[in-house]
Design a protein around this ligand. Structure first.
Ligand SMILES: Cc1cc2nc3c(=O)[nH]c(=O)nc-3n(C[C@H](O)[C@H](O)[C@H](O)COP(=O)(O)O)c2cc1C
Ligand code: SF4
Length: 474
């Protein structure tokens, strides 16, 4: 495996040639505009809200809350960085569990009544950081991502999986030690969970968030329910049943938190789980059932957007305007979810040039945008573009392939990239994320997440040495 590194593509022409070599279709503008009239500085008018520009900060948790689910100083630092980024849409900040057994780790934020004030103060920290740098926050839209981690719940101990699943999965069950039906959620369990989502949405509104994201991505519970073809009862089988969980949460929020806007982050397509093969290069898991890949074409590694498009139709009917697209799962097929040159410690070497993964997400989002022009679509997976991210971002928005460019890892290493791009400042190359994956490797090994290679704050932390030792032994 040796793909040319993006940093080695020194000119825009070289970048375009590499795309051509790979047979990839991706628009990219040679010159990135600056200032208020530029493409990326244009606002988006929603029915009730204004988003001041075309950059969005994607949700990113840091595994650094307190054990009772409140933010720590590290959490606040990250949210303040989101505030000074210059992006005018904050998609959820990070995954916040609606109840304890749905936490992905014992340090995930938890939206209980007791934690309401501290979760509100996180938003206030972000907004005031934004106001100090940009003068006001009139066109800043901040939402909260609500989650139940389902199969990937680890609420009590970092090293102990406590999965709660909607159906069995022959490739994923063995990875989590699931051997019987004891972890299966009943219809009554799901009904109680719907109430917990509604309760958390009510609290989000009280905490001043303008919208909540009812998370349906990355292999967590909402996402897994979408491919619950084998599940019997009210929440499985037909499209209507597989979307009941979402529809009932939406109905409950509409009646109990009127005026709160809704969004959904969705894995638009999925592949089967991968595992390290020869030389640790990722290969599809032989045990996988390709039918369980929502948005898949049945082969296990292809896309069919027919059902995702039907879901978008449903979003429109439900009055959901905001949709953030992503793909797959960071646990079982990270190369399609967060394309990286260097895999996380529990991952595998990329089976394709990571640029392929970037373009796959951008093109799938563009197709959905074409079919559903009324939805406001935020795309993801742009970080691997590195130095060429602004060029592609501008071209994607200019050609209407997405409304907003979501930024994940890039803002951990380079928090104010959006402001630099819009102001026309030369990008600071030493802050550009090179997809070392330490921000994923750290939490997979019980260490708080952060950009250890590039962010001076994390570079100075003792955990950096711990992480280096761990990687050298791997
Ligand atoms: C450290 C880390 C934490 C993340 N946490 C979340 C999360 O809480 N919720 C979520 O929907 N996605 C989460 N993601 C996924 C990102 O939002 C994003 O989809 C992914 O990193 C790909 O975008 P990028 O190429 O800009 O990094 C996380 C990613 C990273 C690296
Ligand atoms: S640790 Fe830093 S450089 Fe590495 S992927 Fe994460 S944000 Fe990028």
């Amino acid at each position: 495996m040796a793909y040319p590194r993006i940093a080695s593509l020194k000119t825009h022409d070289q970048f375009l040639s590499r795309l051509t070599e790979l047979g990839l279709e991706l628009p990219s503008d040679e010159n990135v505009q600056q200032g208020g009239a530029s493409v990326l500085a244009q606002p988006i008018q929603l029915t009730h809200d204004l988003i001041g520009n075309r950059f969005c900060i994607l949700p990113m948790e840091g595994w650094d809350g307190t054990t009772d689910g409140q933010p720590s100083e590290l959490t606040r630092r990250r949210w303040k960085n989101f505030g000074i980024s210059g992006a005018k849409l904050i998609w959820g900040g990070e995954a916040v569990a609606v109840r304890h057994d749905g936490r992905a780790n014992p340090n995930q934020l938890l939206l209980t009544e007791a934690n309401l004030k501290s979760i509100e103060s996180l938003r206030l920290d972000l907004v005031s950081a934004h106001e100090s740098r940009f003068g006001n926050s009139d066109d800043l839209l901040v939402g909260l991502q609500l989650t139940h981690s389902g199969r990937y719940a680890r609420p009590n101990e970092k090293a102990r999986a406590e999965p709660l699943i909607p159906q069995h999965n022959p490739a994923l069950d063995p990875r989590l030690g699931i051997t019987d039906d004891s972890t299966l959620l009943s219809d009554d369990d799901l009904k109680r969970l719907i109430d917990d989502f509604i309760g958390a949405a009510v609290r989000s509104q009280k905490a001043g968030y303008r919208f909540v994201d009812i998370k349906h991505c990355h292999g967590y519970l909402g996402h897994e329910l979408l491919s619950g073809f084998d599940r019997v009862g009210e929440f499985g089988g037909s499209f209507e049943n597989r979307t009941r969980f979402l529809r009932e949460i939406v109905a409950g929020i509409r009646s109990e938190a009127a005026g709160l806007e809704l969004g959904v982050r969705i894995s638009l397509f999925d592949f089967v789980p991968y595992r390290p093969g020869e030389d640790r290069v990722g290969v599809p898991d032989e045990k996988a059932d390709p039918r369980l890949a929502f948005g898949g074409d049945g082969s296990g590694h292809g896309i069919d957007l027919a059902e995702p498009s039907r879901l978008m139709q449903l979003f429109e009917e439900l009055g959901i305007q905001l949709v953030c697209t992503t793909a797959g799962s960071p646990y079982y097929n990270p190369h399609i979810q967060r394309p990286a040159y260097f895999p996380p410690s529990d991952g595998y070497q990329p089976p394709e040039d990571p640029l392929v993964g970037v373009v796959r997400q951008i093109q799938a989002t563009a197709k959905i945008k074409q079919m559903h022009p009324n939805l406001t679509l935020v795309g993801s997976g742009y970080t691997y573009l590195q130095d060429w991210l602004p060029n592609v971002a501008q071209a994607v928005v200019r050609t209407g392939m997405a409304d907003s460019i979501g930024l994940g890892r890039m803002v951990l290493s380079y928090p104010d990239l959006p402001a630099d791009v819009i102001d026309g400042n030369v990008m600071t190359r030493k802050k550009v994320c090179r997809t070392f994956s330490d921000c994923t490797t750290a939490p997979r090994n019980g260490i708080v997440s952060g950009c250890y290679p590039l962010d001076p704050f994390y570079k100075a932390m003792p955990e950096r040495k711990q992480l280096a030792d761990l990687k050298s032994k791997a």
